[in-house]
Design a binder for this molecule. Sequence first.
Ligand code: NAP
Length: 235
Amino acid sequence: MTTSSSLRRLHPAPVTTTTVGDAYDVLRPAPADRPWMNLCMVSSLDGSVAIDGSSGGLGNPNDREVLTTLRRLADVVLVGAGTAMGEGYGPPSKPGQRIAVATNSGRVDLDRPLFESGAGFLIAPESAVVDETRVDVLRAGRDRLDVALAVTRLGEISGRDVHLVQAEGGPTLNGALWEAGLVDELDLTISPIIAGGDAPRIVSGAAQLRARMELAHLLSDDDGFVFGRWLRRHG
Ligand SMILES: NC(=O)c1ccc[n+]([C@@H]2O[C@H](COP(=O)([O-])OP(=O)(O)OC[C@H]3O[C@@H](n4cnc5c(N)ncnc54)[C@H](OP(=O)(O)O)[C@@H]3O)[C@@H](O)[C@H]2O)c1
């Protein structure tokens, strides 16, 4: 499939047809002390986030439209260094948008177009050795990135008020975001594929969490993909 197929909204009732725009372009009230954070991921039926090392083989056109729609709405995109490098992140298509790349080590290839364009910047602890003449760096934490602090300060480096952050994984970064209680929304596409292999689940390396989510919508398409939007239950 190279073009989007029609979407059915299964929840909330009544069952109806919908579009990615109508389903995902909704109000997201930021908490008082930080931006709203949505996490957008795709997973196979058996919980894998990758086939042959990348998420590309799991998606379809509707999944990609969900990702690009959410990106368009976001002030900043946040991604782990492994994903930014492995999935070949380039500059964003939304003018002025910036992409924050989380790293502890600072060992990130600054020759990539993402950084040469000036759109990419690093969030890193004080200990990370980075050539700051080549890339903006938001420092938070001494030896390990303090991701909660970094998220509250994204506006300092992105040059705009940050109300909505779109996190895009990978699983290691997701683990830290969830442990810090920073994820307000999970936009999870379930791909009708059993992937096998040993790629991680969508959250990796976190302590036992039991973070309770509530289903905001469930969509499906003619390819058998299922698109869930889940909101963090507070309290
Ligand atoms: N299915 C999907 O939706 C989806 C989405 C994204 C990624 N993926 C897949 O996930 C796999 C990569 O997984 P991954 O867990 O290695 O990805 P990742 O979290 O993007 O990358 C791990 C690296 O990112 C940095 N990092 C992560 N969390 C950090 C934190 N809290 N503080 C500071 N730095 C942090 C570290 O970089 P340094 O080593 O530089 O310190 C770490 O080694 C790939 O196969 C990719 O295709 C799938």
